[in-house]
Design a protein around this ligand. Structure first.
Ligand code: ZN
Length: 389
């Protein structure tokens, strides 16, 4: 039990929908009561804080240094720059990105970490969440076990400083991790997060044996795992299951959508990064209609720019309209909050009595419906009502 406080905004976002005329009674950080206005409201709106379902804090330093365009060319330009970063530069970049996330209303972060700097950056900015320590076995394709042990060691070293942020070793992608390690992660039953079908190149490699990924693996002497698509390949290896988060999922056909829904994997949608790298538009409405939980992520600043969930939501709407499968403002708001948390087994993120979900206020006095919040929202409008514990 803490102090009781009355929050009387013009409205509260419940399950993605802005409901006017509602006020909140808090006891400490816990919502004690949700009720109709009992007096004159103040000119702001209350929402659950954002859940950033996919982030690479450590790439913040590379913002503006890697030109977009095509996914494969981008990653070829990114990697040498990333290798040149010192741990201190990465930590400073990660710390800045973590502060930017927090300042723009994010309380909970699903972070992909390669260098071991993310956990410290998250703690320093007061962010909660989950960290996936990336495993890449491109150079250890035939005998990846020692590399797996090394990644597990890094995850443990993180965990010592994590104070409640779980750290799980996780496979980076179908094209950077060998099949036996993918299967090992599939069978582990533990939470994993993996980039899937971000570009068309995965399908071209697996199904046809052509394109830059095919050339990469031919050059390294790796046999081609044949599959119709990245989705079908990972499903065969046990990675399409509850507890698995699939990031991007741009290049999916209807069979892939049905496979993901049947398997129970969740999806993270990263609109700004996908547009910057020329990726196909992810079929988010079809995935959600099939029952897949979808979160919203900023991905890395190197592709998407400064973390800003409002920009992601606006572009998610735009991309869905371009695809002819429009999402609503309520859809994207819930993906950026409650559904994002649910998609990765996070805490209950609903605003309801008994809940301690972190709350933000939005200085958007003219907002009357969720669409207004999405269109008018910006980090500068955010203030914290109750931050993460
Ligand atoms: Zn990513």
């Amino acid at each position: 039990m803490g102090d009781r406080s009355l929050i009387r905004p013009i409205g509260v976002v419940l399950e993605g929908r802005l409901e006017l005329g509602v006020e909140l009674l808090l006891e400490g950080r816990t919502i004690a009561e949700l009720r109709p206005h009992t007096g004159v409201p103040e000119p702001f709106v209350v929402s659950p804080a954002f859940v950033n379902a996919h982030s690479h804090l450590e790439y913040r330093t590379l913002l503006g240094r890697v030109e977009g365009g095509d996914f494969w060319e981008w990653i070829q330009r990114l990697l040498p720059q990333k290798r040149r970063l010192t741990e201190e530069e990465s930590l400073q970049g990660a710390a800045l990105a973590a502060r930017e996330n927090r300042a723009s209303g994010v309380a909970w972060l699903v972070e992909h970490s390669d260098l071991p700097v993310s956990v410290r950056a998250m703690r320093a900015a007061g962010l909660s969440g989950i960290v996936f320590q990336e495993t890449i076995t491109l150079r250890e394709w035939e005998s990846p076990e020692p590399l797996r042990d090394r990644v597990a060691g890094i995850a443990r070293s993180h965990a010592a400083a994590a104070e409640g942020i779980p750290v799980f070793p996780s496979p980076h992608s179908p094209y950077t991790v060998d099949p036996s390690t993918l299967q090992w992660f599939g069978e582990s039953g533990r939470p994993v997060s993996i980039h899937v079908a971000e570009s068309v190149h995965e399908r071209r490699w697996l199904a046809e044996g052509v394109g830059p990924m095919a050339e990469l693996h031919q050059g390294l002497g790796h046999a081609r795992p044949e599959a119709q698509s990245a989705t079908q390949y990972l499903a065969r290896l046990g990675l399409c299951r509850p507890g698995a988060q699939w990031v991007h999922c741009c290049d999916l056909d209807d069979e892939d959508v049905a496979t993901i829904a049947r398997g129970g994997a969740a999806v993270a949608h990263c609109p700004r990064s996908n547009r910057a790298l020329g990726c196909p538009a992810a079929p988010i409405r079809r995935l959600r209609e099939a029952g897949v939980a979808v979160g919203m992520g900023t991905d890395s600043a190197a592709s998407a720019g400064v973390p800003d969930m409002f920009e992601e939501m606006r572009l998610a709407l735009e991309l869905s309209r371009e695809l002819g499968e429009p999402l609503t403002a309520e859809d994207v708001w819930t993906m950026a909050t409650t559904e994002g948390a649910r998609s990765v087994g996070g805490p209950d993120w609903r605003i309801q009595p008994g809940s301690s979900v972190p709350l933000i206020g939005l200085n958007l006095p003219d907002a009357r419906e969720t669409e207004d919040l999405v269109q008018l929202g910006r980090p500068e409008a955010v203030f914290w009502i109750s931050g993460p514990a």
